[in-house]
Design a protein around this ligand. Structure first.
Ligand SMILES: N[C@@H](CCC(=O)N[C@@H](CS)C(=O)NCC(=O)O)C(=O)O
Length: 214
């Protein structure tokens, strides 16, 4: 059986929702960051940087959200979480997810982990100060994609990309990393995805049902 290594409210919520949407049988393991579990050799053997998410499969661990999501979509094809039989359509899902992973996620990390980019308090302040500008620029591109009224990122079908965007739209609402008022289509999309039963189940398990309400 699969085991998802996660932290409450972290980006591991993306594969957590994907597993629920897929109807997968899985165990959930919240990594004890406060207790230093992420620093242990045992956890580093699963996730070399000590990060979440990590997915333990019957054949060994898998890290990186984009890869984990693709694996879930292919392992549970009946859930139709991605157009896995269409090379270009699948590549578009990957392209969107990687856009968030390599731009928005990396920018948001500058807030929580500025010392991963540069040393010193002045550098940390400068890195944090840059994030709203970066986030607004990146989210504007997603806003434009949704402007034709499509219900989901890639059109009429729910995919992995909707889960990815949902997570980062919630982080955008935190107030310190870009202006949600500039992207009403993104926020309306967030509300649609929030209403899905699988999402509700995951938010309850992660203790976020109220914080991510609305
Ligand atoms: N590129 C990775 C990034 C994973 C990542 O940054 N995870 C964060 C939580 S959202 C984490 O584990 N942070 C703790 C740390 O970096 O020590 C992915 O998308 O899976």
């Amino acid at each position: 059986m699969l085991t998802l290594y996660a932290a409450r409210g972290a980006c591991s919520i993306i594969p957590h929702i994907a597993l629920e949407e897929a109807g997968a049988a899985y165990r959930l393991h919240f990594v004890d960051y406060a207790g230093g579990e992420n620093l242990t050799g045992e956890y580093r053997a699963i996730s070399p940087l000590g990060r979440v998410p990590a997915l333990m499969t019957e054949d060994g661990p898998l890290t990186e959200n984009v890869a984990i999501l693709s694996y879930i979509a292919m392992r549970y094809p009946e859930a139709a979480l991605a157009p896995i039989g269409d090379a270009l359509a699948f590549a578009r899902v990957q392209s969107f997810n990687l856009f968030i992973a390599t731009n928005i996620h990396v920018a948001f990390r500058q807030i929580a982990f500025p010392d991963g980019y540069a040393d010193g308090d002045a550098a940390a302040a400068a890195l944090r100060a840059k994030v709203p500008e970066l986030a607004d620029r990146y989210f504007a591109l997603i806003e434009a994609k949704l402007a034709d009224g499509r219900p989901y990122v890639h059109g009429d079908a729910f995919t992995l990309s909707d889960i990815y965007l949902f997570a980062y739209a919630n982080y955008l609402r935190m107030g310190d990393r870009g202006d949600p008022a500039l992207v009403p289509n993104v926020i309306a999309h967030r509300t649609r995805i929030r209403a899905r039963p699988a999402v509700e189940r995951v938010l309850r398990v992660e203790g976020l049902a109220e914080a991510w309400a609305g």
